[in-house]
Design a protein around this ligand. Structure first.
Ligand SMILES: NC(=O)c1ccc[n+]([C@@H]2O[C@H](COP(=O)([O-])OP(=O)(O)OC[C@H]3O[C@@H](n4cnc5c(N)ncnc54)[C@H](OP(=O)(O)O)[C@@H]3O)[C@@H](O)[C@H]2O)c1
Length: 327
């Protein structure tokens, strides 16, 4: 797999990374052995970016990654973690003292002195817009606790606000065939500012795998069962905010446009990774088979022109009116 620059850090990362929310909680159960196997399979396949958060399994995802890093000293992996959701997402909680406590905990969980990259985990807009936020993050860099920072955001407006800050290494935002708005302004602005974009939820929480039907059931402790309408956190994080039945119709149409020899998830990941301005796509994987298939999408060289035309057409007809104004 090729490598792309990570902002202005001097590091590079693979165009397909690995999301590790699944290795914490909220997606049904994944054993520690399976989680370590997913990390190993991804690294073996050339993935060099793991995305995690201090809240995934309340630290479990970070701790398992930490065990992996210790066991594979020559790993070459950049770990991007997140902070800010262990307390209510109220502006007064984003203090220098809390930043220090949260990053110290992540350093312990991951077993490192310096965190490679810490992203604010979808904070309120007031936090993204405040000078004090970046002053506190700059202090963490100066102290050596973190090497770089970024912001994970919900909306395009938040992404543009973060991209305008000179110290920001990356923004993380949902980009997939059901979320095309970032292509309009966010990706060009990020490219101009040499800010990396991590495209999260690239398979719309699995909808774009093409394997679900109207009768698919998710485990009770899986957010796709309990957050379908935004009951627990932002509705946009589950199935990209797309109504499940509408999503199934869209998937059926997109499946018809997948080039021969590719699966829908592979075409989707390759297409998102090839959008100018995207640094890395970070699909979540619950097992080795998914991790290997997703990493392989990083070397796809098929012509995706017909698939792209279908993506735009399906979005405009089925999704734009619901999705575009919200995120
Ligand atoms: N606020 C934030 O900053 C935030 C929010 C959400 C996610 N994220 C990050 O972004 C990452 C990716 O997003 P996501 O995990 O929510 O959604 P996603 O990557 O769109 O979907 C992951 C799901 O897709 C299915 N899948 C993955 N690869 C597959 C394959 N090759 N074949 C068939 N099915 C496949 C699996 O579903 P099954 O489980 O049904 O098998 C998997 O659980 C997360 O892991 C996390 O690191 C960050």
């Amino acid at each position: 797999m090729q490598r792309r620059p990570l902002g202005r850090t001097g590091r590079t990362v693979s165009p397909i990374g690995l999301g590790t929310w699944q290795l914490g909680a909220d997606w049904g159960d994944v054993s520690e052995a399976d989680a370590l196997a997913v990390l190993s399979a991804s690294a073996d396949a050339g993935v060099t970016l793991f995305d995690t958060a201090d809240v995934y399994g309340d630290g479990r995802s970070e701790q398992i990654i930490g065990r992996f890093l210790t066991a594979r000293r020559d790993h070459g992996i950049t770990v991007a973690t997140k902070m800010g959701r262990r307390l209510a997402q109220e502006p007064e909680n984003y203090t220098p003292e809390n930043f220090r406590a949260w990053t110290d905990r992540s350093r312990r969980n991951l077993g490192v002195d310096t965190l490679d990259l810490v992203q604010l985990h979808c904070p309120p807009s007031a936090v993204i817009d405040a000078d004090a936020t970046y002053d506190a993050l700059d202090e963490l860099v100066a102290s050596g606790a973190i090497a770089a920072y970024g912001v994970s955001v919900e909306t395009c407006a938040q992404a543009l606000s973060a991209i305008a800050r000179p110290g920001v290494t990356n923004v993380q935002i949902i980009v997939n065939p059901f979320r095309l708005k970032p292509l309009d302004e966010v990706l060009p602005a990020a490219a101009d500012a040499a800010v990396s974009v991590f495209a999260r939820v690239p398979l719309a929480s699995g909808l774009l795998s093409g394997k679900y039907s109207a009768s698919t059931q998710f485990a009770a402790n899986d957010h796709r069962a309990y957050n379908r309408h935004g009951e627990a956190f932002d509705k946009g994080e589950t199935f990209s905010g797309v109504d499940f039945e509408t999503g199934l119709r869209a998937v059926e149409e997109l499946s018809d446009a997948v080039p021969d020899g590719l699966s829908l998830p592979a075409a989707t990941l390759a297409w998102v990774a090839s959008r100018p301005g995207v640094t890395s796509v970070i699909p979540g994987a619950r097992d080795v088979r998914q991790a290997e298939a997703n990493a392989a999408a990083g070397t796809v060289d098929a012509d995706l022109t017909g698939f792209e035309a279908a993506v735009v057409d399906v979005y405009d007809r089925l999704l734009r009116a619901e999705i575009h104004p919200q995120w």
